[in-house]
Structure formats: structure tokens, C-alpha cells
Design a protein. Structure first.
Length: 347
């Protein structure tokens, strides 16, 4: 699989299409990327006769009904195993597009073109595909890497501030699991005045970090769990927020989850306090704080016990004993978890 951080998306895409010589091309979009990003792809003559499938935007539409619609369209429009799917969108589109392509006639090739920073730094690479089912995120899916992933920071220039910040949280995570050098680079990046050239360099490094972990453990039996840092608490915050009027973006929940999990790393593995303080300053500035009361601790704990990353009744965490020192398969007591909630609420 090749990930290309592209300076010229059309010429890179044209090359990939020539290499593949598919019998037909299907482009999957959502209603937003159809309007904002598809016209860029249509500048390529090679794509003008493609079939376009558009589904409703939003993670709530990453479901079996949307998948059925995609498969039905492909059957009715003569897709074969030699066809090519191009997924044009954020993580929702690359997840469902990767899933429907890799299960259609036992698998056709697909290319991801990530149009969001969050998607570029996370969902588009690594071969995880899937849909939500019965209210459970990514419950049905397969590991099936894209033939190629294309990323153009030009698409990110249309993202609002919140979506850029949401993507940046996964970059913070990658830096923490990688090294002090990466951590210092992320700390030095000014998210209030984004330099897109610097972002491109940082993105390249982040994707390399993720891809080297995925190459070592593509099916998440071991070290790939490092990529779950911040997500055990983070998913609980995200799920809790969906029960309120104010759902939060994934990256915001991950940012608060990172703070809790570094605090837990400190309690259990003596992770340096000064790095938690650095993270705290960054998170307060870019993400603000997650407001919840101690009456919600039990509900959050309950959500954490249902996390699909758990392999037994214990809640599974990835923690750090230092920046870049990963410890997978860690557990914590209810009291320790509640202490982390207290720490986050101190603001
Ligand atoms: N999103 C984490 C992973 O790809 O493993």
C-alpha cells in the first residue's frame, strides 16, 4: 500500500488509475464531498465517466442500509472484481467504502482520498474497514488495506477550525507513542495560525509512525494497540456526549482521553508529571475541557467496560511509562479510573 501526500492530486491519481487499468471506476462520496471535492477529481478526463455513488454524511449513516445501497448500485452498474472504488471523504466514507469494496465479489481494489485531517491521520491508512451495527461502532468489518491512500492538504483548507483540531488530536497521540522528538514537534506547532506546509511535513511523519506500527501488527494482536492510547477514556466521553445536546467531535474526546490516560500512566507507571502538564496546557488551549459531574462517573465507567478493546472483564488500556515507551494490555481499578475523572475535572 502506498500513502502519497500529494502536491498534485490529479497527476498522482491519474498515475494510479493507469497502473490499475480497471474496467470501470466507482467514486464514493457523501453529499458534502460530492459538492466540494468531486469537481476537483472531475478535472481528470480519466474520471469523467466514472460512476458516482453518494450517501448521506455523518457517522450515523455508516450502517448496513448505506452499505446495501452501495452494493446494489455496483451490481446494477456492472461492477466486477476488476473495477476500482475511489473513496472520497473523511473516515466515515473511507471506512464504509473500504468495507463495501473489499467484500464485493470477495474483494475489489480501492483507493482512499482523505478529505479531512482526522481521516488522513487515522482512518484512511491501516486497512481497518467497517460499519456500525446495532449501535456499536465498527462492529462489522474486515482488515483490507487500500491499494493507495492519497492526501492533499488543499482539501483541509476548507475544514473549519474544530475539524482541524479534531484531526490534530490523533497527531498528538502519534507523537506521544513515538518519541520525544515527535512530541516536541507537535508542541511547537501553532494550531491557531496553521502553516499548511509545516502541517504537511508533520502529517508525513505521523503517517509513517502509524504505518510502521501497522506493518508490525496489521491485525492488532499486539503493538497496534499502541494506537488506542487516549481512546479508552476518549470513546466513553464521546459516547456520553452523544446522549446530550452537545455531541463532541472524535478528536476532542481523544484529547481529553489522552490527558486521563497520561495521568493514569503517571499513577501506574510513573510517566513524567511535567509532560502531563505540557499536554494539559495544549489541551486547555485548543480543546477546552469536557464538562461532566461526578454523578456521571458510573455511566462513563459502564461505557468503558463495554469497550470492544477489552479482552476480559478488565478494561484494557495502552499506557506509557515515558514519551515513546509503550505499555499495552494495562488495566486499572475503578478507584484509579475515578481519580483520572477527578483530574480532568480540575480543569
Ligand atoms: N485507529 C487506530 C488503528 O488504526 O489501529
Amino acid at each position: 500500500m502506498a500513502t502519497i501526500i500529494s502536491n498534485n492530486i490529479l497527476s498522482d491519481l491519474n498515475k494510479l488509475i493507469d497502473e490499475k487499468s480497471a474496467d470501470s471506476i466507482f467514486i464514493l462520496t457523501d453529499e458534502k464531498t460530492k459538492e466540494l471535492c468531486l469537481p476537483v477529481l472531475f478535472e481528470s478526463e480519466k474520471l469523467r465517466n466514472s460512476h458516482v455513488i453518494s450517501i448521506a454524511a455523518g457517522d450515523e449513516n455508516k450502517n448496513i442500509n448505506s452499505a446495501l445501497g452501495i452494493w446494489e448500485y455496483m451490481v446494477n452498474n456492472g461492477a466486477t472484481r476488476a473495477s476500482l472504488m475511489i473513496n472520497l471523504g473523511g473516515g466515515m466514507i473511507t471506512d464504509i467504502g473500504g468495507f463495501t469494496a473489499s467484500t464485493f465479489k470477495r474483494g475489489m481494489d480501492y483507493i482512499n482520498i482523505s478529505t479531512t485531517l482526522l481521516g488522513a491521520v487515522d482512518a484512511a491508512t491501516g486497512g481497518k474497514t467497517g460499519i456500525n451495527f446495532l449501535g456499536l461502532k465498527n462492529e462489522i468489518g474486515v482488515f483490507a488495506p487500500a491499494k493507495a491512500v492519497l492526501i492533499s492538504v488543499d482539501f483541509f483548507k476548507t475544514l473549519d477550525d474544530k475539524n482541524l483540531r479534531s484531526g490534530f488530536a490523533e497527531m498528538v497521540k502519534h507523537a506521544l507513542i513515538d518519541s520525544r522528538e515527535s512530541w516536541n514537534e507537535v508542541l511547537a506547532f501553532d494550531l491557531n495560525h496553521i502553516d499548511f506546509n509545516k502541517l504537511k511535513t508533520l502529517l508525513k511523519k505521523n503517517i509513517d509512525i502509524k504505518e510502521s506500527i501497522v506493518a508490525a501488527d496489521p491485525k492488532e494482536k499486539g503493538i497496534r494497540k499502541a494506537l488506542n492510547l487516549g481512546h479508552t477514556f476518549g470513546h466513553a466521553f464521546e459516547s456520553l456526549s452523544y446522549r446530550t445536546e452537545e455531541p463532541v467531535l472524535h478528536g476532542y474526546a481523544v484529547a481529553w482521553g489522552l490527558l486521563c490516560e497520561l495521568y493514569l500512566s503517571h499513577i501506574k507507571l510513573n510517566f513524567p508529571k511535567e509532560d502531563i502538564l505540557r499536554l494539559r496546557t495544549l489541551i486547555k488551549e485548543y480543546y477546552g475541557m469536557f464538562y461532566f459531574s461526578c454523578k456521571q462517573y458510573d455511566a462513563l465507567y459502564e461505557l468503558m467496560t463495554h469497550d470492544k478493546k477489552n479482552e476480559s472483564k478488565d478494561i484494557n488500556f495502552t499506557l506509557l511509562s515515558d514519551v515513546g515507551e509503550i505499555k499495552i494490555n494495562q488495566t486499572a481499578s475503578k478507584d484509579e479510573i475515578f481519580e483520572c475523572f477527578d483530574y480532568l475535572r480540575e480543569g
